[in-house]
Write a protein that binds this ligand. Structure first.
Ligand SMILES: Nc1nc2c(ncn2[C@@H]2O[C@H](COP(=O)(O)OP(=O)(O)OP(=O)(O)O)[C@@H](O)[C@H]2O)c(=O)[nH]1
Ligand SMILES: [Mg+2]
Length: 242
Protein backbone atom coordinates (compact mmCIF):
# COMPACT_ATOMS: atom_id res chain seq x y z
CA UNK A 1 0.00 0.00 0.00
CA UNK A 2 1.23 3.50 -0.81
CA UNK A 3 -0.47 5.69 1.73
CA UNK A 4 -0.68 9.47 1.49
CA UNK A 5 -2.10 11.49 4.38
CA UNK A 6 -3.43 14.89 3.33
CA UNK A 7 -3.20 17.55 6.02
CA UNK A 8 -4.85 20.90 5.22
CA UNK A 9 -3.36 23.70 7.28
CA UNK A 10 -4.19 27.26 8.13
CA UNK A 11 -2.19 28.64 11.05
CA UNK A 12 -1.11 25.31 12.51
CA UNK A 13 2.54 26.15 13.28
CA UNK A 14 2.41 24.70 16.81
CA UNK A 15 0.70 21.51 15.72
CA UNK A 16 2.26 20.55 12.40
CA UNK A 17 5.81 19.54 13.49
CA UNK A 18 4.39 17.47 16.35
CA UNK A 19 1.86 15.80 14.08
CA UNK A 20 4.46 15.00 11.43
CA UNK A 21 6.73 13.28 13.94
CA UNK A 22 3.78 11.39 15.46
CA UNK A 23 2.77 10.13 12.02
CA UNK A 24 6.26 9.09 10.98
CA UNK A 25 6.61 7.11 14.24
CA UNK A 26 3.68 4.88 13.30
CA UNK A 27 4.34 1.33 12.13
CA UNK A 28 3.24 2.13 8.56
CA UNK A 29 5.34 1.43 5.51
CA UNK A 30 5.37 3.68 2.46
CA UNK A 31 3.83 6.59 4.30
CA UNK A 32 3.74 9.97 2.55
CA UNK A 33 2.39 13.23 3.89
CA UNK A 34 0.93 16.01 1.81
CA UNK A 35 0.44 19.37 3.52
CA UNK A 36 -1.94 21.78 1.77
CA UNK A 37 -1.24 25.21 3.20
CA UNK A 38 -3.15 28.38 2.33
CA UNK A 39 -0.37 30.91 2.88
CA UNK A 40 -0.85 30.80 6.66
CA UNK A 41 0.17 34.11 8.23
CA UNK A 42 1.85 32.24 11.11
CA UNK A 43 4.42 30.67 8.78
CA UNK A 44 3.03 27.11 8.69
CA UNK A 45 3.90 26.94 4.98
CA UNK A 46 7.59 27.72 5.54
CA UNK A 47 7.66 25.31 8.46
CA UNK A 48 6.20 22.62 6.24
CA UNK A 49 9.01 23.23 3.73
CA UNK A 50 11.56 22.70 6.52
CA UNK A 51 9.82 19.46 7.48
CA UNK A 52 9.90 18.39 3.81
CA UNK A 53 13.64 18.96 3.86
CA UNK A 54 13.95 16.76 6.96
CA UNK A 55 11.87 14.00 5.36
CA UNK A 56 13.08 13.99 1.77
CA UNK A 57 10.66 12.40 -0.67
CA UNK A 58 8.07 11.57 2.04
CA UNK A 59 6.57 14.97 2.74
CA UNK A 60 5.27 17.25 0.02
CA UNK A 61 3.78 20.70 0.37
CA UNK A 62 1.12 22.30 -1.79
CA UNK A 63 1.06 26.06 -1.36
CA UNK A 64 -2.05 27.98 -2.24
CA UNK A 65 -2.15 31.73 -2.48
CA UNK A 66 -4.83 32.48 0.12
CA UNK A 67 -7.30 30.81 2.46
CA UNK A 68 -9.73 29.08 0.15
CA UNK A 69 -11.47 26.55 2.41
CA UNK A 70 -11.09 22.97 3.48
CA UNK A 71 -13.01 21.42 0.60
CA UNK A 72 -10.94 22.88 -2.24
CA UNK A 73 -7.76 22.12 -0.23
CA UNK A 74 -8.75 18.45 -0.11
CA UNK A 75 -9.75 18.31 -3.77
CA UNK A 76 -6.35 19.74 -4.74
CA UNK A 77 -4.70 17.25 -2.37
CA UNK A 78 -6.65 14.28 -3.76
CA UNK A 79 -5.69 15.19 -7.32
CA UNK A 80 -2.05 15.54 -6.39
CA UNK A 81 -1.92 12.26 -4.43
CA UNK A 82 -3.76 10.29 -7.12
CA UNK A 83 -1.40 11.61 -9.78
CA UNK A 84 1.57 10.63 -7.62
CA UNK A 85 0.28 7.05 -7.50
CA UNK A 86 -1.04 6.76 -3.93
CA UNK A 87 -3.11 3.60 -3.43
CA UNK A 88 -4.75 4.83 -0.22
CA UNK A 89 -5.42 8.44 0.74
CA UNK A 90 -6.25 9.77 4.20
CA UNK A 91 -7.81 13.04 5.31
CA UNK A 92 -6.72 14.38 8.65
CA UNK A 93 -6.85 17.66 10.61
CA UNK A 94 -3.56 19.16 11.72
CA UNK A 95 -4.68 19.98 15.27
CA UNK A 96 -4.52 16.54 16.97
CA UNK A 97 -8.29 16.20 17.11
CA UNK A 98 -7.77 13.04 15.08
CA UNK A 99 -5.62 10.60 17.08
CA UNK A 100 -2.67 9.75 14.80
CA UNK A 101 -2.33 6.18 16.11
CA UNK A 102 -5.86 5.39 14.88
CA UNK A 103 -4.56 5.65 11.33
CA UNK A 104 -3.16 2.13 11.76
CA UNK A 105 -6.64 0.83 12.53
CA UNK A 106 -8.12 2.69 9.57
CA UNK A 107 -5.55 0.99 7.34
CA UNK A 108 -6.55 -2.45 8.68
CA UNK A 109 -10.25 -1.74 8.29
CA UNK A 110 -9.81 -0.51 4.71
CA UNK A 111 -9.00 -4.06 3.68
CA UNK A 112 -12.72 -4.87 4.03
CA UNK A 113 -14.37 -1.69 2.77
CA UNK A 114 -14.06 1.16 0.26
CA UNK A 115 -13.70 3.98 2.76
CA UNK A 116 -12.83 3.82 6.47
CA UNK A 117 -14.12 6.60 8.73
CA UNK A 118 -12.90 7.75 12.12
CA UNK A 119 -16.11 8.13 14.10
CA UNK A 120 -17.10 9.92 17.28
CA UNK A 121 -20.63 8.55 17.23
CA UNK A 122 -20.24 4.77 17.26
CA UNK A 123 -19.82 2.75 20.49
CA UNK A 124 -16.35 3.47 21.86
CA UNK A 125 -16.13 6.87 20.16
CA UNK A 126 -16.43 10.19 22.00
CA UNK A 127 -15.68 13.91 21.98
CA UNK A 128 -13.53 15.92 24.35
CA UNK A 129 -15.33 16.39 27.65
CA UNK A 130 -13.85 19.90 27.76
CA UNK A 131 -15.89 20.90 24.72
CA UNK A 132 -18.57 23.37 25.81
CA UNK A 133 -22.14 22.05 25.73
CA UNK A 134 -23.04 24.21 22.71
CA UNK A 135 -20.19 22.69 20.68
CA UNK A 136 -21.15 19.13 21.60
CA UNK A 137 -24.77 19.92 20.84
CA UNK A 138 -23.93 21.52 17.51
CA UNK A 139 -21.87 18.55 16.41
CA UNK A 140 -24.52 16.01 17.44
CA UNK A 141 -27.27 18.11 15.88
CA UNK A 142 -25.32 18.61 12.65
CA UNK A 143 -24.87 14.87 12.33
CA UNK A 144 -28.51 14.14 13.05
CA UNK A 145 -29.63 16.82 10.60
CA UNK A 146 -27.51 15.54 7.73
CA UNK A 147 -28.11 11.85 8.41
CA UNK A 148 -31.88 12.31 8.54
CA UNK A 149 -32.31 14.60 5.55
CA UNK A 150 -30.04 12.49 3.35
CA UNK A 151 -30.83 9.07 4.85
CA UNK A 152 -27.14 8.17 5.00
CA UNK A 153 -26.33 5.24 7.26
CA UNK A 154 -23.16 6.85 8.63
CA UNK A 155 -23.07 7.79 12.32
CA UNK A 156 -20.37 10.46 12.00
CA UNK A 157 -21.14 12.02 8.66
CA UNK A 158 -19.34 15.33 9.39
CA UNK A 159 -16.12 13.70 10.61
CA UNK A 160 -12.90 14.61 8.82
CA UNK A 161 -10.66 11.64 9.62
CA UNK A 162 -11.04 9.25 6.72
CA UNK A 163 -9.13 6.77 4.62
CA UNK A 164 -10.07 6.19 0.99
CA UNK A 165 -9.01 3.53 -1.44
CA UNK A 166 -7.57 4.96 -4.62
CA UNK A 167 -10.30 3.26 -6.68
CA UNK A 168 -13.03 4.74 -4.50
CA UNK A 169 -11.80 8.29 -5.02
CA UNK A 170 -11.31 7.68 -8.74
CA UNK A 171 -14.93 6.53 -8.90
CA UNK A 172 -16.27 9.68 -7.22
CA UNK A 173 -17.43 12.65 -9.36
CA UNK A 174 -15.25 15.09 -7.39
CA UNK A 175 -15.80 17.80 -9.99
CA UNK A 176 -19.44 18.01 -8.86
CA UNK A 177 -18.60 18.73 -5.22
CA UNK A 178 -19.64 22.26 -4.22
CA UNK A 179 -19.23 22.31 -0.43
CA UNK A 180 -16.16 23.83 1.11
CA UNK A 181 -16.48 23.78 4.92
CA UNK A 182 -17.95 21.01 7.10
CA UNK A 183 -20.45 20.23 4.41
CA UNK A 184 -17.61 18.92 2.28
CA UNK A 185 -17.31 15.87 4.55
CA UNK A 186 -21.06 15.30 4.38
CA UNK A 187 -21.09 15.62 0.59
CA UNK A 188 -18.29 13.07 0.08
CA UNK A 189 -19.87 10.57 2.47
CA UNK A 190 -23.22 11.01 0.72
CA UNK A 191 -21.83 10.50 -2.78
CA UNK A 192 -19.86 7.45 -1.66
CA UNK A 193 -23.02 5.99 -0.16
CA UNK A 194 -25.13 6.70 -3.26
CA UNK A 195 -22.53 5.08 -5.48
CA UNK A 196 -22.69 1.93 -3.36
CA UNK A 197 -19.21 2.18 -1.85
CA UNK A 198 -18.99 0.41 1.49
CA UNK A 199 -17.98 2.31 4.63
CA UNK A 200 -16.81 1.17 8.05
CA UNK A 201 -16.55 3.38 11.10
CA UNK A 202 -13.70 3.11 13.59
CA UNK A 203 -14.37 4.68 17.03
CA UNK A 204 -12.14 7.64 17.87
CA UNK A 205 -11.78 10.03 20.76
CA UNK A 206 -11.98 13.51 19.26
CA UNK A 207 -9.80 15.79 21.38
CA UNK A 208 -10.24 19.56 21.35
CA UNK A 209 -7.38 21.40 19.65
CA UNK A 210 -4.48 22.05 22.05
CA UNK A 211 -2.87 24.91 20.15
CA UNK A 212 -4.05 27.51 17.71
CA UNK A 213 -7.44 28.83 16.85
CA UNK A 214 -10.56 27.27 15.44
CA UNK A 215 -11.57 28.15 11.90
CA UNK A 216 -15.14 27.11 12.48
CA UNK A 217 -17.49 29.97 11.79
CA UNK A 218 -21.16 30.76 11.58
CA UNK A 219 -20.80 30.95 7.81
CA UNK A 220 -19.47 27.41 7.67
CA UNK A 221 -22.42 26.22 9.76
CA UNK A 222 -24.85 28.08 7.51
CA UNK A 223 -23.23 26.57 4.44
CA UNK A 224 -23.68 23.07 5.87
CA UNK A 225 -27.35 23.66 6.72
CA UNK A 226 -28.08 24.84 3.17
CA UNK A 227 -25.84 22.42 1.29
CA UNK A 228 -27.44 19.35 2.83
CA UNK A 229 -30.75 20.26 1.16
CA UNK A 230 -28.99 21.17 -2.05
CA UNK A 231 -27.22 17.77 -2.12
CA UNK A 232 -30.44 15.96 -1.52
CA UNK A 233 -31.83 17.39 -4.76
CA UNK A 234 -28.65 17.66 -6.82
CA UNK A 235 -27.83 13.97 -6.57
CA UNK A 236 -31.31 12.67 -7.45
CA UNK A 237 -29.91 10.86 -10.47
CA UNK A 238 -27.37 8.94 -8.38
CA UNK A 239 -30.08 8.29 -5.84
CA UNK A 240 -32.40 6.75 -8.41
CA UNK A 241 -29.59 4.49 -9.66
CA UNK A 242 -29.03 3.25 -6.13
N1 LIG B 1 -5.58 24.74 3.67
C1 LIG B 1 -6.62 25.06 4.46
N2 LIG B 1 -6.78 24.40 5.64
C2 LIG B 1 -7.84 24.76 6.42
C3 LIG B 1 -8.75 25.77 6.08
N3 LIG B 1 -9.68 25.87 7.07
C4 LIG B 1 -9.34 24.95 8.00
N4 LIG B 1 -8.22 24.29 7.62
C5 LIG B 1 -7.56 23.18 8.31
O1 LIG B 1 -8.51 22.14 8.39
C6 LIG B 1 -8.40 21.45 9.61
C7 LIG B 1 -9.73 21.53 10.38
O2 LIG B 1 -9.98 22.88 10.77
P1 LIG B 1 -10.26 23.31 12.27
O3 LIG B 1 -10.06 24.75 12.44
O4 LIG B 1 -9.54 22.41 13.20
O5 LIG B 1 -11.80 23.05 12.35
P2 LIG B 1 -12.56 22.30 13.46
O6 LIG B 1 -11.85 21.02 13.80
O7 LIG B 1 -13.93 22.23 12.98
O8 LIG B 1 -12.53 23.32 14.66
P3 LIG B 1 -11.57 23.35 15.95
O9 LIG B 1 -10.99 22.02 16.15
O10 LIG B 1 -12.43 23.83 17.04
O11 LIG B 1 -10.50 24.31 15.62
C8 LIG B 1 -7.22 22.07 10.35
O12 LIG B 1 -6.07 21.33 10.06
C9 LIG B 1 -7.15 23.46 9.73
O13 LIG B 1 -5.86 24.04 9.80
C10 LIG B 1 -8.55 26.44 4.83
O14 LIG B 1 -9.29 27.34 4.43
N5 LIG B 1 -7.46 26.04 4.07
MG1 LIG C 1 -10.06 21.04 14.65
Amino acid sequence: MRLTVIIPTYNEAENLPRLVSALFSLPLENLNLLVVDDNSPDGTGELAEMLAYEHPGCLMVLHRRAKAGLGTAYIAGFQYALKAGATAIAQMDADFSHPPEKLVELVEVLQDCDVALGSRYVPGGSVDERWPAWRKGLSAWGNFYARTILSVPVRDVTGGFRLWRRETLLGMPLELVRSNGYAFQIELAYIAYLLGFTTKEVPIYFADRRWGQSKMSFRIQQEAAFRVWQMRFRYQRLKRKR
